[in-house]
Unconditional design. Structure first.
Ligand SMILES: [Zn+2]
Length: 232
């Protein structure tokens, strides 16, 4: 394959770019940025810590409409604004429909799902946890939860956050630690009798030495249970 010549490199990286073109890009970007801000304010949302899938779709559509006129000198700004108006109208219409009709809302946003109940992970009908455990373990640590026995109910919300409801201190029971594996005693063969929790579903009980298969999920990895109350 022949090496690109100096002219070809210039074509790839610079083309007709000069000071005037740079200034035009700066102005176009500024204008589009202001319009994006105005549109997001007009959407009625207060902040974007967590987005539902529906909102992510809107943002992607918006970003694509905003990006082109920033640096394509052939693209005028007004057509982009028409796209903006259409996106905003569409967003308003869908949220209005979702507020009117619960079925439509669950199609659009999904439904909250209970992932922890009485200190154990809720399994699907195949006996598996349908969620990325590490991710919501991190979420639990962020809320100051040390083990699952502290949690009465954990609900995965449609915006991706998890809501937790706790046992009062005197009702906390032994449960699966949610700490990183460096701070947990994990094993597949018990060498010391005691209380253990299944690493996959959180089922907790006394175990003798030797190997054990979890009656609830069929896995055979165990972690030493914790029983401390939650420090708030
Ligand atoms: Zn299990």
């Amino acid at each position: 394959m022949p090496q690109p010549t100096h002219m070809e490199w210039q074509q790839i990286f610079i083309k007709d770019f000069d000071g005037a073109a740079a200034l035009e890009i700066v102005v176009r970007t500024l204008i589009m940025f202001i319009f994006v801000l105005l549109l997001l304010r007009a959407s009625g949302k207060k902040g974007v810590r967590q987005l539902s899938i529906f909102e992510v779709a809107i943002i992607i559509a918006l970003g694509s409409a905003a990006g082109d006129p920033m640096f394509h000198e052939d693209d005028a700004i007004i057509p982009s604004l028409v796209v903006f108006a259409a996106i905003l109208a569409f967003y308003r219409l869908l949220t209005w429909l979702a507020a009117k009709n619960e079925k439509f809302e669950s199609v659009l946003e999904g439904d909250p799902v209970v992932i922890i109940e009485n200190g154990e992970i809720v399994l699907n009908n195949k006996g598996k946890s349908p969620f990325a455990k590490d991710e919501f373990f991190a979420e639990m640590r962020g809320k100051g939860i040390e083990h699952m026995g502290q949690v009465r109910l954990g609900i995965l919300e449609t915006n991706g956050s998890v809501s937790f409801f706790y046992f009062p201190d005197e009702e906390v029971k032994p449960g699966l630690p949610v700490l990183p594996s460096t701070h947990t005693v994990e094993c597949s063969e018990i060498s010391e009798e005691g209380l253990y929790s299944c690493c996959y579903c959180g089922t907790t009980g006394p175990l003798h030495t030797g190997k054990h298969i979890c009656k609830r999920c069929g896995q055979e990895k165990w972690a030493k249970s914790l029983n401390c109350p939650r420090i708030t």
